[in-house]
Design a protein around this ligand. Sequence first.
Ligand code: ADP
Ligand code: MG
Ligand code: MG
Length: 353
Amino acid sequence: MKTKLCLLYGGKSAEHNVSLQTAKAVIGALDLNKYEIHPVFISTEGQWIKGPQLNAPVEDVKALQFNEGEEISPNALGTAMVPADSRESEGYDMIFPLLHGPNGEDGTVQGMLELLNLPYVGNGVLASSAGMDKVIMKNLFAQAGIPQVDYTWFIRSTWKANPENAYKQVEEQIGYPCFVKPANLGSSVGISKCTSKEELAAAFEEAFQFDRKIIIEEGVKAREIELGVLGNDQPECSVAGEIVPKKDFYDYKAKYEDGDTALIIPAEIDQETYGNMKEIAIQSFKALDCSGLVRADFFLTEDGKIYMNEVNTMPGFTPFSMFPLLWKHTGVDYPTLIGKLVELGMERHKEKQ
Ligand code: ADP
Ligand code: MG
Ligand code: MG
C-alpha cells in the first residue's frame, strides 16, 4: 500500500518562496509507486489550500497557488487528517512540513500536528521553537558548553526607550564588526554587518522590522562549514561542506538569487577539525532535543578555532541545497534521504504512543 504523504508548503513567512522551491523538488523526487502525494499549500496570508489530488510530479509548484483548490482552515485540515490507524480513505500516513521560518519551522505547525496526533517529519515542538529563536538557541548551547561567539540581545521596547544605551552596550560588550539579526528568522533576512555606530543604528531599525527581539553577535572572519545530522536518539553526521559566498557574507541574495555561491563538498578541513565538528554537531542536536534532522553551521577561523553558529531544524531542502548534497556525498541520495526522514518521523511517532 502506498504511503499517503501530505506535503505542507509555502507558509506565512519571509521564506515562503524558498519553501515553494523545496516542495517542487520533493514532489519531483518522490517515488510514485511508494507514495501518494497530497500537497497542502499555505499562502503568505496564512490561508490553507488543499490542492487537487496530484498523482504526477508537479511541473511548476507555483501554479498550485492558482489551482481551484478547496480552501480550508487548519481546523478543517485536522478533520481531514485523521490518523492512519483509524482512517478511512482520506487520512494521511505522514505529514512533511516543508516550511521554513516562523509559522513553519518554529514549532507552531508541529504543535498543531501533535494535537491532531499525526506523525510528521522532522523536529518536534521544543527543538523547532528553540532552534528558531537564536537567543534561546545560544543560551542552551552556552549551557551545554558549546563554543560560540559573544552575543547580546534586545527587545524592541527596551531599545525604543533608550536607543543610545543599547548602542553603548553593544559597543562595550561586543564591539565591531558585529552582526545584527532578528532573533526569529532565517535565510539571512534582516541581517546586517556593522562596523560603526551609524551602521549599528540602521541595523537595529532594519532587524526590528522583522522581530520584536534581536541578537547582536561578535563578527568573526571565518570559513563557513556545515554538517548534516540525521537520526533520532542516535544521530549521525554527514561529511562536512563549505560555503564560499562571493559577497561579504552569506546574505539572502547570495543564498537564493545569485546562485554563484560555491558549495565545496567535502570541505577541505583536517580530520581533527572534522572530528571536533561532528562532536559539537551531535552535542548541539542533543542540547535542543532534536529529532529527524538538522544542519549544523560552524565558523572556522584561520587559527583553527571552531564556533557553532546555528542549527537549522528545517534546512534548505532542494536537491541543490547544502543538506541534501552533504548526504549525497555521504552515500544517501535525495529520494533515499526523504525515505529515511519519513521512517524517522514514523519511529518517533510510535515512541510517543
Ligand atoms: P540565518 O539563520 O538567517 O542563516 P545566520 O546567523 O546563519 O542567519 O547568519 C547568516 C550569515 O551571516 C552567515 O551565514 C554568515 O555569512 C554571516 N554571519 C552571521 N553571523 C556572523 C558572525 N557572528 N560573524 C561572521 N559572519 C556572520
Ligand atoms: Mg538559520
Ligand atoms: Mg545560517
